[in-house]
Write a protein that binds this ligand. Structure first.
Ligand SMILES: C[S@@+](CC[C@H](N)C(=O)[O-])C[C@H]1O[C@@H](n2cnc3c(N)ncnc32)[C@H](O)[C@@H]1O
Length: 281
């Protein structure tokens, strides 16, 4: 069983892979937040409490019009994402699935983009991964969840191994009867799981590392042993680790040398990994 790790921009690498060759894609792309600053629109308004004196000796302050900045950021992000999502769709087998990991700031735009590529009818779930860890905002509701959009290539024919998914306790076991309470329930679309903790054994030091248990749940539900799983924003290689744990094959891609270094350490001593480290054009 050969697994492959590529170093380089994912788009040209994806374009070289054959049609309908992958069973499952999980991706956790970065946000194009830098562009928000680049496209900031400013407006100067009179304000007695303003921080500077201007025309007519009046006091003024500067207001940031964030709406335009946001829209600009999105149009860049869409241009980055769209061709990669078209490749993802081309690469999936007819029975294949996509899990797209994002957060509350971009999820609505990504949903619209993915509806266009995969078809709205092939959208099955928005999974909420809820955690309760780290710093808390004091001026709004602390944001403590990520969103995972789950699409299939064809909703009439896809893999969903409900019996392979670990069951969990009912919140109110007294309401469902003894047998059901003992068996537990199939997880819903809201998954409670802590982030990778500072002292956790799985911690690699890569800043955006996701918990391997989240990936294992996805793999159990939407792939079978020996299936091929693709993650083209691989980071620390969490998807690869879950594949090794569950007997799936993987292709991982990342263009950050630190991600490659992290995966080198994480997979040290694992045979059957082919490292494609020459950047592709
Ligand atoms: C949010 S992180 C993924 C973290 C990963 N899920 C984990 O558990 O470690 C996103 C990754 O995408 C990579 N990336 C961003 N743009 C890329 C591109 N055009 N081609 C390949 N990788 C890219 C970044 O280097 C980063 O490692």
């Amino acid at each position: 069983m050969t697994n492959i790790i590529y170093f380089g921009d994912n788009l040209p690498i994806l374009r070289r892979l054959p049609d309908k060759s992958v069973d499952l894609i999980y991706i956790d792309p970065p946000f194009n937040t830098g562009k928000v600053q680049a496209h900031k629109r400013l407006k100067t308004v009179r304000d007695d409490q303003g921080d500077r004196i201007g025309f007519g000796e009046n006091s003024y302050r500067t207001e940031v019009l964030s709406e335009l900045a946001y829209a600009d950021a999105f149009s860049d992000y869409e241009a980055f994402l769209l061709p990669r999502m078209q490749e993802a769709h081309r690469l999936l087998k007819d029975s294949g699935s996509l899990y797209f990991h994002i957060d509350y700031r971009e999820v609505h735009y990504c949903k619209i983009l993915l509806d266009q590529v995969f078809g709205r009818e092939n959208f099955l779930n928005e999974i909420i991964w809820a955690y309760d860890f780290g710093g808390r905002a004091r001026d709004k509701w602390p944001a403590k969840h990520d969103n995972i959009l789950y699409y299939v290539r064809d909703r009439r024919n896809y893999i969903f191994n409900r019996d392979a998914i670990g069951r969990e306790p009912y919140l109110a076991p007294g309401l469902v009867g003894k047998d059901k309470a003992e068996r537990g329930k199939l997880p819903t679309d809201t998954w409670w799981h802590t982030i990778v903790g500072t002292n956790s054994r799985e911690k690699t030091g890569y800043p955006t590392q996701k918990p391997v248990a989240i990936l294992e749940r996805i793999l159990r539900a939407s792939s079978n042993p020996d299936d091929l799983v693709l993650d083209f924003f691989a980071g620390s290689g969490t998807t690869g680790q879950a594949c090794l744990n569950l007997g799936r094959r993987f292709i991982l891609i990342d263009n950050n040398p630190q991600a490659l270094e992290t995966m080198r350490r994480r997979f040290a001593g694992i045979p059957d990994i082919q490292w494609e480290l020459e950047p592709t054009r």
